[in-house]
Design a protein around this ligand. Structure first.
Ligand code: DAH
Length: 344
């Protein structure tokens, strides 16, 4: 028995020594065979010897053997981890090969711009609303105070689907839908696609994006309109941006104003500037106080409530901001174009 114990300890020492000298996975496998092989491993042959022992000696010796077996298994496992990890990596990656080029996606410049606009209005307490792209004549025109056959309709080259159904020419019909659905106070913006019968050219497309805004509450004045749009445009571009309001006409607002901002390209300093045609100004959006007739159309009392609205083309503004010369680039899906844009 004493002899058995000494031999077990001796095997353990030998094993530890051999393990310390093992250089790779292969030598570990050899060690595993020597000690744990079920046919002729060291543990197995020692186990055979137990048969000759008396019962109480047998159990002591069995424990010793078990300890040896566990020791060998554990040590081999730990050593295995050390060896295999780097080996497999080395096999899979040839570090001498050139790297693989990864094509990262990028937000589309229209999406980027739309998100930036949304974030500014969200920070002012507006919520975002959507509406259908196929509209009825009522929402696209009539409720917005364009009577049938009114010449103002000619300014919106409309794609009709039937006598009554059309592709919305602007996001303004969502004003009507929002006012029908809830009571003031209303503070929304409506980004979305609109359609017009246009032949594509550098500044026109038959499909483009607008963002509409609507505020209706008690005591809303033109000062709110000016303050909101000035804050919006200065945040979108820069703090010192020059802005001017010009009288205009829209059937659904009274009074109406168009908003110009200083030319981002020449800042008014080049009378030959091709972007602003030397005027120093660029028209950027339409706006006005919601016409009392429009409020009546949705059963809001214009004696109690007033509001302002505005509409802006997203691509047009993005073109101006990024100095993109041709609107068609946005939808040609040329990745070399689309990938270039980031906004702070
Ligand atoms: N819907 C107009 C357009 O498509 C833009 C617009 C102008 C929207 C004035 C408004 C507004 O809400 O008040 O040209």
């Amino acid at each position: 028995m004493k002899d058995f114990k000494a031999r077990v300890e001796d095997f353990k020492k030998k094993f530890d020594k051999a393990l310390a000298g093992a250089k790779d996975g292969k030598s570990l496998q050899e060690l595993r065979n020597t000690y744990l092989s079920r046919k002729k491993g060291v543990v197995k042959s020692l186990l055979e010897e137990l048969k000759a022992f008396k019962p109480e000696e047998k159990s002591k010796a069995g424990k010793m053997l078990n300890t040896l077996k566990n020791h060998v298994q554990k040590k081999l496992e730990t050593a295995q981890k050390k060896f295999t990890a780097p080996e497999t990596i080395e096999k899979k990656i040839d570090l001498t090969l050139p790297g693989e080029k990864k094509y990262w996606g990028a937000p589309h410049p229209v999406v980027l711009f739309q998100q930036k606009i949304e974030n500014i209005f969200i920070s002012m307490g507006f919520s975002i609303e959507e509406g259908p792209e196929i509209e009825t004549d009522y929402y696209n025109f009539e409720a917005l105070n364009f009577p049938p056959h009114h010449p103002a309709r000619d300014d919106w080259d409309t794609l009709y689907l039937s006598d009554d159904l059309l592709l919305r020419t602007h996001t303004s019909p969502v004003q009507i839908r929002a006012m029908e659905n809830r009571k003031p106070p209303i503070r929304i913006i409506v980004p979305g696609r609109v359609y017009r019968r246009e032949t594509p050219d550098p500044t026109h497309l038959p499909m483009f994006y607008q963002v509409e805004g609507l505020v209706v509450d008690k005591g809303i004045t033109f000062a709110h309109l000016k303050g909101t749009l000035e804050y919006f445009l200065k945040t979108l571009f820069y703090e010192k941006l020059k802005i001017r309001f010009r009288p205009s006409f829209f059937p659904f607002t009274e009074p109406s104003a168009e908003v110009d901002i200083e030319c981002l390209v020449c800042r008014g300093e080049d009378d030959k500037c091709r972007v602003c045609k030397g005027t120093g100004w660029k028209e950027i959006l339409g706006s006005g106080m919601v016409d009392p007739q429009v409020l009546k159309n949705v059963n809001i009392d214009p004696e109690k409530y007033s509001g302002f609205a505005f509409g802006m083309g997203i691509e047009r503004t993005a073109m101006f901001a990024f100095q993109i010369p041709d609107m068609r680039y946005f939808f040609e899906n040329d990745l070399r174009f689309i990938r270039q844009f980031t906004l702070k």
